[in-house]
Write a new protein. Structure first.
Lengths: 166, 479
């Protein structure tokens, strides 16, 4: 664990010895936020600890595909402590052959749609989620479009001058 | 069928079972067939029947029976501490499922609400989104950083400047580029006027949905003044691509202070008129007071931000909490509501228009002189005159416009206070001219997610008022 000046973050990270933390500054601003990475085993425990420490506002949850790197997927959680005016961006990594992250819906009701989105677009499984269905893509869609090995595709355009028959 | 004498007893058993199954299936098919015949539609002028739709169920999005649907239970406030009245006895004969949208005008775009009604009461709501999903996060991965702002400005099409600002700040955070004070002031001016335009649109459409048609006309009238100013500055009424990494696209036009002062006078006059029209209007009050209440606890759980959160009394405005672009230099207040109902949300927007105009007015007096974009060669091409003199300048210009801006590896999160709340941009770069992953934390997405907890156990008519006062933009929800 890296040492941080911030007492709240230091107290939050104390039980999680394998957590890595770095402070980042916003652009055009004096404010900072903390980027924390934790192993996936600590995911739920960390979210619970963060909530009790005052990071009770759910802001964001999404996944990143680091294609060809291992572990391939990174799941990022963004929490806000309104009273302390702090923000943490927590991330964990999961491998391609087992892209499962335990659900946070029991801790933050707002994680519901965000986990559905991560499932829909990146194919991350959230065991324990009450309604893990597609949210942005149609229900019968195959594949997970935000993965790097999912082709961006193209619609064939028929140009008048380009057709051999003309 | 195989001869039973030639098979072993177990196989015989299996055959019997499969035969029974086949018979059952046949019986089911006949029922289905008869229903098809019953509902068959003939192709006009022929004996041929139209193919019958496979099914009319909702697939994975179907509303499950009440006790089997924990997701909705969660959103209705079972998990979130709340005081919803959940009826013990529900009369099944009285219940019906109604779809509102995706083509309903008052759904503000293509939002679909899957509602379970019991008479006039809404018992359950499931928002179904994705009808405007255009894959902007995927598209962003194929565009370079200079092209990126043309993409993100189309996301929340009512507040394009906020999108551009969040994107530009995130890129600048990765690059470590400093923006000159004049560029920052222009950015603040444009985003604040954009907030005015967006809130005017929101108030106008809310008036339209609730039945105050004059409000619609008035709101649009004042918004037009804002859009005219945007057109004068950027050349476009929407999708401006004006705020770019490194600064803004061009300096403000001559005589802009007069335009802004006229705009402030007109909009302030208009806002007074709205308040006179609506604040004590009994019909307006009946339609909005105590309607669609969102508690502070729900605000935090669902990550709702912006005027909707502040109407519930949650004091969270990123312009005050993590000030960006020197917005801390200007004096303004953050209006706060108490009740979290539709009326308070309307009132927040009206008050925020006044505060944004206050900021704009201060900018007209205090805007610093200087460059409108960074002189950092990482993002800004050399001046035109240098290209004629210097080979290096020509190469630099060429590289910047063919390759794009080269951004070092890293990850950056940047949030700005858009008109709808916290608009966050998370960029992951692996080096090169294109982002590896661009994630948008959209305020409307969170607001749509909180809709069931606002709407359940209210009247059908209140659904419209709640939705209008929440002001989701579906381009922002679906991205």
């Amino acid at each position: 664990m890296t040492d941080v000046d911030n007492k709240l973050i230091a107290a939050l990270l104390e039980p999680f010895e394998s957590a890595q933390v770095s402070e980042r500054a916003y652009a055009s601003s004096d404010s900072t936020y903390f980027a924390i990475s934790i192993p996936v085993e600590d995911w739920v425990a960390f979210a619970e600890a963060a909530k009790t420490r005052g990071f009770d506002t759910f802001s964001d949850l999404f996944a990143i595909d680091h294609f060809t790197d291992a572990p391939r997927f990174e799941v990022v959680l963004n929490l806000v402590a309104m009273i302390a005016n702090e923000r943490i961006v927590v991330s964990t990594t999961v491998p391609y052959d087992d892209p499962t992250v335990p659900t946070l819906t029991g801790i933050f009701a707002g994680a519901n749609f965000y986990e559905r989105e991560a499932f829909d677009l990146m194919g991350i499984e959230f065991p324990g989620h009450p309604d893990l269905t597609r949210i942005l893509m149609p229900d019968e869609w195959e594949g997970h479009p935000l993965r790097k090995d999912y082709d961006i595709g193209a619609v064939p355009v028929q140009f008048k001058a380009g057709s051999a028959d003309l | 069928m195989s001869d039973p004498t030639r098979s072993s007893p177990t196989e015989n058993n299996v055959t019997d079972e499969s035969m029974e199954q086949a018979a059952e299936e046949q019986a089911e098919q006949t029922v289905a067939e008869s229903r098809r015949t019953h509902h068959a539609i003939w192709v006009s002028g022929t004996e041929e029947r139209m193919p019958f739709a496979e099914s009319t169920d909702e697939g994975a999005q179907e509303l499950l029976p009440r006790d089997e649907d924990p997701a909705l239970a969660m959103q209705r406030g079972v998990v979130v501490d709340d005081d919803y009245v959940v009826p013990e006895h529900v009369d099944d004969a009285e219940r019906q499922i109604i779809n509102m949208g995706p083509q309903h005008p008052s759904t503000h775009g293509v939002l679909r609400l899957h509602m379970e009604l019991e008479g006039e009461m809404v018992r359950r709501v499931k928002p179904i989104i994705g009808y405007l999903h255009t894959g902007m996060e995927k598209t962003a991965e194929t565009l370079n950083y200079a092209q990126g702002s043309t993409n993100v400005t189309r996301m929340d099409y009512v507040s394009p400047f906020a999108n551009e600002l969040a994107y530009s700040l995130a890129v600048e955070q990765l690059l470590g580029v400093e923006v000159p004070p004049r560029a920052s002031a222009i950015r603040v001016l444009m985003t604040e006027l954009n907030r005015v335009a967006s809130h005017l649109l929101s108030s106008a459409t809310m008036g339209m949905d609730v039945g105050a048609l004059s409000m619609m006309i008035y709101g649009w009238r004042e918004r037009e003044v804002c859009l005219d100013f945007f057109e004068k500055v950027t050349g476009l009424r929407m999708n401006h691509n004006y705020i770019r990494p490194g600064g803004v696209a061009a300096d403000l036009p001559d005589g802009w202070t007069d335009d802004v002062i006229t705009l402030i006078e007109m909009v302030n006059g208009g806002v007074d008129e709205y308040e006179e029209l609506l604040n004590e209007n009994p019909i307006w009050l009946d339609r909005t007071l105590g309607v669609g209440v969102l508690t502070p606890e729900e605000v935090k759980q669902f990550g709702v931000t912006g005027p909707v959160a502040r109407a519930s009394g949650v004091d969270w405005d990123l312009r005050k909490q993590t000030p960006y672009c020197g917005i801390e230099l200007y004096e303004f207040d953050v209006p706060l509501g108490k009740h979290g109902d539709a009326f308070d949300r309307y009132k927040m927007r009206i008050d925020e228009i006044r505060q944004s105009l206050r900021i704009a007015s201060q900018i007209t007096e205090t805007i610093p002189a200087g460059d409108y974009r960074s002189v950092d060669p990482k993002v800004t091409p050399p001046p035109r005159a240098r290209i004629d003199e210097s080979m290096e300048a020509l190469i630099h210009h060429f590289k910047l416009f063919t390759e794009g801006i080269n951004v070092p590896p890293g990850a950056a999160f940047q949030a700005v206070e858009g008109p709808r709340g916290e608009l966050g941009c998370h960029i992951v770069s692996k080096g090169g001219a294109r982002p590896w992953r661009m994630r948008w934390r959209a305020p409307s997405f969170a607001a749509v997610q909180a809709l069931p907890s606002m709407m359940t156990d209210s009247m059908v008519a209140d659904v419209i008022a709640t939705l209008a006062s929440t002001d989701p933009v579906l381009g922002d929800v679906d991205r």
